[in-house]
Structure formats: structure tokens, C-alpha cells
Design a protein. Sequence first.
Length: 552
Amino acid sequence: MDAPRNFLRQIIENDLHSGTHTSIVTRFPPEPNGFLHIGHAKSICLNFGLAREFDGRCHLRFDDTNPGKEDPAYVASIKEDVRWLGFDWGEHLYHASDYFEQLHAFAVDLIKQGKAYVCSLSAEEMRQYRGTLTEPGTNSPYRERSVEENLDLFARMRAGEFPEGAHILRAKIDMASPNMNMRDPALYRILHQEHQNTGNAWCIYPMYDFAHGLSDALEHITHSICTLEFADHKPLYDWILDQLPVPARPRQYEFNRLNINYTVTSKRRLKTLVDNEVVSGWNDPRMPTISGLRRRGFPPAALRDFCERIGVSRSDSCVDMSLLENCVRENLDATAPRAMAILKPLKLVLENYPHEQEEFFTLANHPKNPDMGTREVGFAREIYIEASDFMESPCAKFFRLAPGKEVRLRGAYLVTCTEVRKNPDGSIQEVICTYDPATRGGDAPDGRKVKGTLHWVSARHCAEAEIRLYDRLFTAELPGKDADFLTQINPASLEILSGCKIEQALVQAEPEARFQFERQGYFCADRQEHRPGQAVFNRTVTLRDSWAKVTG
């Protein structure tokens, strides 16, 4: 199927057709100061996807210009996330720090042209001089320093003579510009901090806006694609490139960022959730981070499908979480093998089934895909069913098991409830049934019909598991809009069930293996804690959109 049209594809097609470019080069430029989230997934799929579609290439470049907030662990996680989504940068892995010498030379060039100066205002004074959205700024008293003085001060900044905050290098543009980004923006600041790549070689570091466009140019990027919040930065992006002898002239294009309801994607807010221990970490399955979605069981193909469906435009919007969840359901419905698991077990005893007898039923791993094969499921006198599938005093439309009622055990036999045994406190201890040996496989030879079909596991042939039921992390559709987002946490976002009963073979499932637990939802073996002898499964999504009833 052809990819949907969007304005970026049209721009690239026009550039290639007109000969503006013979091939395209894009880049994904994350800052290594946190874990990637679902919004980054859209940018990854867009930049790598367009490059793949038009036989170009996409670079992975770390914009590592702020060493105090960066960490090699973030670099490793970003690489892993990009690869997991299905993309590869090949030999084109870069860092802004690769270009520190060239960026410094560009800054010196601007000083020599009289287009940059060393400013000695304090941070508070700079705010006062900057002006407001309705009032122009005021020129710094240091704006007219001579080229020689600026070169000397900048060299001494690099040599480490000054403390942090003593001086900054600023572009000399226009303090009366209606665009605040053009009011003599900072280009370099002093930071006496060790850098993960360059060590202590530098104590001045370029600002993001200065390094970003020049890095694009040095890498011969043709289409610098970023989100709409950078639209106001575009004049500065262009101004810097227009003043300097860059080897290529990239163009910046903005698209709408991904806003999704019932979640937050601000790195600051995500860090707050981690720091306040609202979640167990950056990869908590309730987090919208790529590592969290992966741990929950979201397939990478479903995320790519979601990013393609929501498309790109020049106007911001909010996407419904249910669209992402439906992409996951569609993918897993086609790809996830079926299995049986009992989350809240109730013992069922077949009183007329021989005590020592056991047998095995051959069940399809997928009802619509015979290529996925079959599995053997053990059966014996004692089995477990879901507690909610039994009602001692059933309502009119309850078609599952009840005293005197006959139901089908999926793929096994028809059984009828004859007795309910209780504990001293009145709770149900076990349900006694009889089975019809003539109904092996679940069908009656006399053609009688039953309305209820239950999933089950054999007590003799099952294993125990911990199963975690995850739901949306927030109760508010737009967390933080009308209240502190931390007050809008969903108290039911995680329910941990121990003592669940699962098919024995599931214990040997590989971490991240995905299944549909029949009638329960889609589940994933936890990539961190699931191992032989310790089965831990996370619910990825329910079989249907349970929030439609709540919000509809």
C-alpha cells in the first residue's frame, strides 16, 4: 500500500524532481539527557522512514552540548530504542561534540566579522535587557566591544580563566526584533564540567541553537525536520548559516509534535514521576517512554503503524490514546499465539473423572493462522477456572457456570455444576462438576448446544505466575491542564496478581514473548523479571477498549 501523502513527502518529491537535491539526508538529533518517549518515536519513524522511502540516509546525531545533564546510559538507551523500532543509522552515528573545534572556529569567524561579542551581563541583567513580547530589548553595554577585545576574552574563556556565568558569547543581531530568539542570542557559555566524549578538553560549550544548524550543515543534511516549537528558532537557524562558510545549506521544516491524551511526554514531568516513585523507573510499563512501551509488550510494528496513521501536519492536535491501543490490538490479534491463563483461580473438581487419569488436547495456537501450529494442553480431574466465570445465584443473562448449568471447557468437555463447597468463612472453596465423556473436544454428539465456553488450566499441568494488570497512568484526559498532574494519577493503573495459573509451557517463554490470554487480553513476558521458574507477565492491552464506556 502506498504511504499516505503529507507535506513533507511533497517537499522532498519536488526537491528531487527539480534537482535541488539528488538524494536526501535527514537526521534524528536527540539530546542524551533522558529516555525517549512516544513523541520521539514519531520523529524517528518520520526521519528514518522518509530517508528509507526516498533511498536516502538518516543520521543519528547526539546533540550533546549540555554535559551536566547528559549520561552515557541515555546514549545507550536511545540507540537501543531506535534499533528496536526497526531502524539503523549504519555508519552514520555522530555527535555535536565531534564538531566542537569546527563550531569554535565558526564562533571566532563571527567575532571577526563583528557579528558576535562577549557579554559580561549577569543572567538577571540579561533578562532585564532582553525586553518583553511587547517591548523591545536594550543593547548590552558590552555590545560594542572591539573585535580584538572580543577575540581576547573568548580565547580566555576557552582557556578556563573565568568562572561560570562571568561571560557569554552572543550573536549581534537585533535587540528590537519581535522574535525574542533574535535578540542577540547566546552562542557559547562557560561550563566547568567534564563531557562524556571530550573529557575536560573544553570549559566552554556551544548553545543548542548554535550547534544544531551548523551540525546539520557539516553533515550535509538536506531536510532538517523538527517539531513546531522550533518554528520561532528558524530565523536564527537561517541567520547563523547565512553568516558562515558552511559546506552545505540545509533547510528546516516543522511538523506537529505528538500530543496524546491520558499521558504526559514532557521530560521534566516524566522525570518527576520517576523521582517521586510514582512509577518504578523510566521503563515502567505505564510510562510513555519507548522502553516502557516495549516492556509492556507494544510491538514495534504497531508503533510504526500508529505513527504513520496519525500523519504529519503544521498544526498541533491531541491524539486519542485508544488509537495507539487499537494499533497494538490489530497487530497482536494477527501475530500473538493464544494461550490460557487464570488470573483469579477457582478450583473445579470433576467428580466422575478418574483420579489418576490425564489426557492431552491439541489446541491451535491461532484460530486464523494454521501456520502458527498447535500445542498440547494437559487435562485432569482438577482444573482451575476464572472465579468470575462462576456465580452461585446467577442473574438472567449469566451464561457461564452456575449450579445445575452446563458449560463448555474450551477444547475439552462439557461439564455441569452439581455442588458448591465452601470454606468456614462462607467463601467458595471449590466447585464440583460432572463431565460428559462423550463430548471430548467440546462438542456434544447429540447436537445439544451450550451458551457458555470457559477457558481453564489443569491443576496438575499448570504453573504459577505473577501477572500485572496495567492501565492508563492518569484519570484526566489532559493531565496538568486544570490541576497538578501528580493529583491526577490513576490509582488503578497497576494491579499485581500473584498465584495466577498458566499453561505450563508459558514458564519457558522468552522475555518479551507476546500472547493473547484467551478472554483476558494481550500479555507479554516481562523483559526484566520473567525467567525459567519465575513467570511474570504484563498486560499489554485489553481485548477491547475498556475506556470507551468510561469516556463515551
